[in-house]
Design a protein around this ligand. Structure first.
Ligand code: TXA
Ligand code: MG
Length: 362
């Protein structure tokens, strides 16, 4: 298949109409959103949804998010809109929030992986909004990466993973946020976070009060770094959260502990890797990158700037692939609720391999 690539710089660009035509006819078009690039298809067409799973190599029990461009498009897809969902939509839509509803008859089982619920999001990116509007259908769109790889935050990543597998790629430049939306299940009285994201649980609580995190979600808790690792009994409510994800090709480990111990551990480990002829890389912050003598140091930005850390994470994971890093040591960027989404992605990318440098130095 020949994949057409088109730059879009404004929602008026004709390429968006072309992509909308592809989606109406049952094809696949990748497009920018404010979180990550999406791989879009007609969300009401089971055949089109099947093509998404095939293009990504994605397990078919992992359901897709339907993307809408206005509230009117929500009602036909769901059985009800609970009051708390209405409040969350009012505050966060359009934007990086996905909500789970009880699904209506018109949503195909292929999209929901057989669940009786459906995930819906209204993206704020003007190209995404225009594409959905012109398509005239809700757009089913997972992140536009091969299953298991880091999500795509620029068109060049989408080309890397999807060239030859889909009909078209709309290149809208770099995305703004860089990690996927926060997912909240609003079908229960107390909302449940199924995937932490850019919108923190604190902000959800401000809007709807008590909110919990699905216990199967990987979150970073100091001192309990590997808490979920062997807990095979916990079944995440978002099926996608059970898969290994976002992973670079090299072996990534997260190093925690006091700054001195982290530095010493990583320096040591890199020099050991060098002696063994293995290429190592370090993922650090602007503040700490200067302290390493390793050749391959990637900064995610200031450790105090969550937006920058989120923006850079997947890009840097892909860069470690580009240089062929075999071993990757990441510092810990945990600062509580505001970094929960970031730390979830980092832990999953590391397959939850965490080293406590304090213990290692004893
Ligand atoms: O930011 C985002 O959400 C991006 C952009 C493209 O919008 N999309 C995205 O889609 O991250 P994807 O397919 O990579 O992740 C969707 C997640 C999966 O973990 C899936 O299991 C969960 O949403 N999900 C979808 N439908 C669900 C449902 N009915 N119940 C529970 N979880 C659901
Ligand atoms: Mg994904």
């Amino acid at each position: 298949m020949n994949t057409k690539l088109a730059k879009v710089r404004s929602p008026e660009d004709e390429a968006i109409e072309e992509a909308a035509g592809i989606i109406r006819q049952g094809g696949l078009a990748a497009f920018p959103t404010e979180t990550v690039y999406g791989l879009g298809a007609n969300g009401l067409d089971p055949e089109a949804a099947r093509k998404i799973y095939a293009a990504k190599g994605r397990p078919s029990d992992n359901p897709l998010i339907l993307h809408i461009s206005c509230m009117e498009e929500l009602y036909p897809l769901v059985r009800e809109v609970p009051e708390k969902a209405r409040l969350l939509a009012e505050r966060f839509w359009p934007g990086p929030l996905t909500m789970i509803f009880k699904k209506s008859e018109i949503v195909p089982d292929t999209v929901t992986g057989g669940l009786d619920t459906v995930a819906v999001r209204m993206p704020s990116h003007p190209v995404a909004a225009k594409l959905i509007e012109l398509s005239g259908v809700p757009i089913a769109a997972p992140s536009a990466n091969l299953s298991g790889r880091p999500s795509t935050t620029s068109a060049s990543h989408v080309i890397e993973d999807m060239n030859g597998r889909i009909d078209m790629i709309l290149d809208g430049g770099d995305v703004e946020i860089g990690i996927e939306s926060t997912i909240v299940d609003t079908t229960e009285e107390i909302p449940i976070i199924l995937r932490p994201g850019h919108i923190s649980i604190e902000r959800i609580k401000e809007t709807v009060g008590e909110t919990v995190i699905d216990p199967a979600v990987v979150i970073f808790e100091s001192g309990k770094e590997n808490a979920h690792k062997d807990d095979k009994d916990l079944k995440p409510r978002a099926p996608g959260m059970k898969y290994r994800h976002y992973a670079p090709k090299g072996e990534l480990v997260l190093v925690t502990g006091t700054p001195e111990h982290v530095k010493a551990y990583i320096e040591n480990a890199c020099s050991k890797a060098g002696k063994e002829g293995r290429k190592a890389a370090v993922i650090a912050s602007e503040e700490t990158k200067g302290q390493y003598s390793c050749d391959n140091i990637f900064s995610l930005g200031s450790m105090y700037d969550e937006a920058s850390l989120e923006h850079e994470l997947f890009r840097v994971l892909r860069k470690t692939d580009d240089i062929g890093a075999e071993l990757i040591f990441a510092e810990c960027f945990d600062r509580g609720a505001s970094t929960q989404g970031l730390m979830n992605r980092l832990l999953k990318a590391a397959g939850q391999k965490v080293i406590n440098a304090d213990a290692a130095s004893e």
